[in-house]
Design a protein around this ligand. Sequence first.
Ligand code: COA
Ligand code: AMP
Length: 626
Amino acid sequence: MSEYQKQYQWAEQQPEAFWQEQSKQIDWFEAPKTILEKDENGIERWFPDGVMNTAWLALDYHCEQGRGDNTALIYDSPVTGIKQTYSYVELRDRVAKIAGMLAKQGVTKGDRVVIYMPMIPEAAMAMLACARLGAIHSVVFGGFAPNELAVRIEDAEPKVIMTASCGIEINKVLPYKPLVDKAIMDSRWKPEKVFVLQRPQCEAELSQKRDLNWAEEYQNSLPHGCVPVLATDPLYILYTSGTTGKPKGVVRDNGGHAVAMKYSMKAVYDMPTDGVFWAASDVGWVVGHSYIVYAPLIHGCTSILFEGKPVRTPDPGAFWRVCEEYKVRVLFSAPTAFRAIKKEDPDAVELKKYNLDSLKSIFMAGERLDPPTLEWVESHAEKPVIDHWWQTETGWAISSNPVGIEPMPVKAGSSTKPSPGFKVEILNELGEPVGANQQGFVSLKRPLPPSCLTTVWRNHDRYESGYLSQFEGYYVSGDGGYLDEDGYLFIMGRVDDVINVAGHRLSTGEMEEIVGGHPAIAECAVVGVHDDLKGQLPLGLVVLKDGVKVDSDQLETELVGKVRQEIGAVACFKHALVVERLPKTRSGKILRRVIRQIADGKTYTVPSTIDDPTSLSEIEKVLHTN
Ligand code: COA
Ligand code: AMP
């Protein structure tokens, strides 16, 4: 039996013994005696009586072990020209002072703190400072508009918000403070204080009574120690797009998360405890939470926080430059990033300028890794390129090529095999397992391994109805796909109204709510259509109210502006076309899948349930003349 099979079967047949063994890799204040237990909602919880602190594991523990001078964090910011490194001791001391600064404002265990920050070291420090206090952070991606921030503030009810005066995108400085002020104004929940870190590129006016100058508060604060928490206490809430306008607050616990982070660094990424790990993502996404901040630090690695883009900061050699400069061992990003590099540097001229000897493998996730991108990166970088599949909800790879256990041959289009602990099954609409190579709902048999969400913040019914109730005993991932005859997993795309734009997860349902709110519009459909660079882009089809006369270009401009204003530029909603009617089933359900197939120029079968087949030819005409 192969090593992978051994580990997989152990985790499958004796999950408690397997995860108890993995739990010994972290430094508990009180080691758990109970490994797995159902909570009052009937949800399996890991290590319920274990006592620990995640910031301790990420920082203090390494200092105690005599590794305090090792580099914990490297900040590389091509948009400002700053490069900075922090040892474990330096990072611990800064985090302890930021924790003190929060404690001075009354933040204690269980309080929520919203963090709305660009990719600067203080964003990671703020997260760790919350962890230190046992406070629950909720990081909101800086590309989201005030409305999205307001929705999250209202749901999480934070005591304080931590922000910076501005973010810096390619060739533009984006003031954050006015966005935060607007979000607080629009939210029914008002935080008591807002810490603002002033950046020299654009200083914010601290005009509100609640505003605090981060630097001054930091100066006057006293370091705070690590507050012991239960393994089951929440570490963070991370909102992610669902099928409606209201994002879901995925709740991550402390103990299971720390154990899974530690385990994954070796099993999934084959990282030694002192290697350099670079997740080129953003702290606003789950990849940033898990693999910029928590996992590399818990494992004792050096993590890179990069404030730049794969291209135009300043050129498509940026990724390779960082890999050479810091001797990166594992690089992790989204396929879109590499498609952007390939577009600007098709022959990889930039790549050839750098020495990539230290780089052992390149991991990709966030969207399907299309075979041409896989081949391009593999052939030019001459490194193993590994597609792995995961979700905000799990916090780590559900399936991967487990190079740290035993590398397996790559099959293009597949994210290889389930990680030990994840029991992946493909189910049909009745919840029955299907055979090899047959597509269905990609589902995970319970119990889920450590780190997976245990509830949706203050809305447990949504967890049950959105994930658990469709098939008893299973978590339904929302992705469709199949397992082949060798047990390789192929993820084929979402089966719901979620799309992935440049590796960013967005809800078309939410866009429909915004577009449908325009006074001229009777009904609409927003679907994700194929895009060579960003994987998918949203496209709106709108039906006007009877008697309404509008200029379609003007309407499109208004709708594009509305989505940008309410969700943010990151939604990339650029097109809205007027149609006479939408294709529907006889029961009135819009046939979004068929619309998507038509827009992508794919062959499609006319569903037998369609109300009026001629509606499809009308759509075809509009889509192909635009
Ligand atoms: N703060 C504010 N605005 C942001 C932002 C942020 N953190 N991130 C993106 N935006 C804005 C951009 O400025 C852009 O605005 P514009 O329409 O005014 O130009 C818009 O949102 C779209 O951004 P993006 O999709 O990133 O497009 P881009 O053309 O700027 O860059 C890529 C294209 C491919 C380089 C970029 O999308 C990328 O690096 N993708 C990888 C994503 C990734 O790492 N995902 C994490 C999963 S692992
Ligand atoms: P997020 O929660 O933002 O990480 O997005 C999770 C979703 O992204 C998944 O449900 C998938 O639809 C998609 N996704 C992530 N990784 C992959 C992958 N390797 N292959 C295909 N789809 C992926």
